[in-house]
Design a binder for this molecule. Sequence first.
Ligand code: SF4
Ligand code: SF4
Length: 222
Amino acid sequence: MIIAERKPIDEIMAMLTGVKRLLLIGCKGCVTVCSAGGEREVEILASLIRLGRKKEGEPIEIIEAALTRQCDKEYVDAIDQWDGQYDAIMSMACGVGVNFIANLRPVATVFPAVNTTSFGGSQLQGVWTEQCAGCGNCILHLTGGLCPVARCAKSLMNGPCGGSQDGKCEINPEVPCIWQHIHDRLHRLNKGASLTAIMPIRDWSTAGHGGPRKTVRDDLTL
Ligand code: SF4
Ligand code: SF4
C-alpha cells in the first residue's frame, strides 16, 4: 500500500494563509490504513486548523469529507456538490490523489496535507516499512523476492557493499542489510549459485525518470 504521514501543522497553516473557506478531503484507501488521511484524520486536522485560526483571530469555515478513493474520477466527482463553497481544497490523500484532484479541477487551488513516503507493508501495529519503489522493471525473481531497489540504501544491483556488517546496513545498525538477506535466502533455497552472475547496470528509464509512466490494462485499447 502507499504510505504517507501528515505534514507538520505549521506547514499546513502556512499553506492556508488567506483561505477563508476550505474543503478538506480525506481518502478511504491506503491513507486510512496508515492513519494519515482517513475520516478520523480529517476530523482531527479540521479541529487543529480551526483552533489555530481562532487563535490568530482569522476564523475559517471547513467542509470535511472523505472520498472512497481520490485516484478515481468516479469518486472525485463527489466533490461537485460543494462547488462554489470553498476557496481551496486540501487533500489528505497520497500524492496521487492530490494530482488527480488538480487534474480534474483546473481552476481550484489544491494543497497537500500529507507527505507520501513509500510503498510498504505493515511491520508492527502502526509501523510500515518500504518494500517496493515502483521501479517498473521488477527483478525479485533474481533476488529471492527481496527488493534491493527499495530496501538497499544504495539501490545496489550487486551487493552487499563493503559497509555491510553482521547483517546490518552501514547507514544504521537497526536497518537490515537487504543484500545480506538476499544472500542468506538464496543459499537457503539452494539458489546461491545464481549470485555469481553479475547483474548488469540498471536501465532506470522504466523508473519514471523520463516522464510519467502509463499502464494500460491488456484488454483495453486506447
Ligand atoms: S524491483 Fe522494482 S518493482 Fe520489483 S519490488 Fe523492487 S522496486 Fe518494486
Ligand atoms: S550495507 Fe547492505 S543495504 Fe546497506 S548500502 Fe550496503 S549493500 Fe545496501
